[in-house]
Design a protein around this ligand. Structure first.
Ligand code: NAP
Length: 254
């Protein structure tokens, strides 16, 4: 991808799954990377695992906790000397029928997936305005576009991320900050493994894939990481305020 060598990249939720693959991809593209996640041991494990591939540092922070977000951005700026690219990726998910979702569960989902994404984007956005530009890629989902059953709280959070990103694009473009949104479909990561594992039906994943994904397989974290790299690169210089769907055709199914 053009224009990525030497870029300083913050990957929130970079200790696992898609974020971990994105951190690796950015290192392979010649970027310097700072990863965060919730569990300090996971973040340290990610830094250790990625160390052979380039300049990687990281620290644990809770994106739903405002003081943590300020500390996250300060730590990343200190480690990298600035932030050119934000992969705003941290998120949580679990299945729960709409009629059973408690207000506390709804609040937790929104606190991490929407409010946390807003807090990180705003703190990094202010930094990017001061330094004269940058690129932000927010993580939504196909669940931000269509309503999958048993995910009302998750769908609401990811739908919010989509319009958060569009509004950021409208307001931040004039500051030289490009903002786009990723919408992956079913990607094989620890997040989905834990959801599928919690289902009583052991054939959950194969049924899901056969019925819903025209390419006939789950996506790979590396395939979403490639989309992160594209949106962050100069190859996407005129892509702004858009959502990029990476779903094996899932949203094309009627
Ligand atoms: P994952 O493997 O569970 O990774 C999630 C990452 O977010 C981890 O690094 C996790 O840290 C971090 N995180 C969770 N809560 C956090 C918090 N409060 N503060 C800071 N970091 C936190 O999940 P994934 O599948 O890669 O998902 C990554 C993103 O892609 C999420 O936003 C998810 O909604 C989105 N997405 C995933 C899929 C999919 O099919 N997998 C599809 C569409 C969109 P810890 O490990 O320390 O908790």
């Amino acid at each position: 991808m053009r224009g990525l060598i030497g870029k300083r990249v913050l990957v929130s939720g970079g200790s696992s799954g898609i974020g971990l693959a994105a951190a690796r991809r950015f290192l392979d593209e010649g970027c310097r990377v700072f990863v965060s996640g919730l569990d300090p041991a996971e973040v340290q494990a990610a830094v250790t695992a990625l160390h052979p591939f380039g300049d990687i540092t990281g620290q644990a922070f809770d994106v739903s906790h405002e003081p943590d977000v300020s500390a996250l951005v300060t730590a990343a700026v200190d480690a990298l000397g600035g932030i050119d690219v934000l992969a705003n990726n941290a998120g949580i998910a679990w299945r729960e029928p709409f009629l059973e979702i408690t207000p506390e569960h709804f609040d937790r989902m929104l606190a991490v997936n929407l409010r946390g994404m807003f807090l990180v984007a705003q703190a990094v956005g202010r930094h990017m305005v001061d330094r004269g530009g940058g690129v932000i890629v927010n993580m939504s989902s196909t669940n931000g576009i269509a309503g999958e059953e048993d995910y009302a709280h998750y769908n609401a959070s990811k739908g919010g991320v989509l319009l958060l990103g569009k509004t950021m694009a409208v307001e931040l473009g004039r500051h030289g900050i490009r903002v786009n949104t990723l919408c992956p479909g079913y990607i094989r990561t620890p997040l989905n493994a834990s959801i599928a594992g919690a289902m009583s039906d052991g054939d959950f994943e194969s049924d899901y894939i056969a019925n819903r994904i025209p390419l006939g397989r789950a996506g790979l974290a590396e395939e979403v990481a490639a989309a992160y790299a594209f949106l962050a690169s100069d190859d996407a210089a005129f892509v702004h305020g858009a959502e990029l769907v990476v779903d094996g055709g899932q949203l094309a199914v009627m």
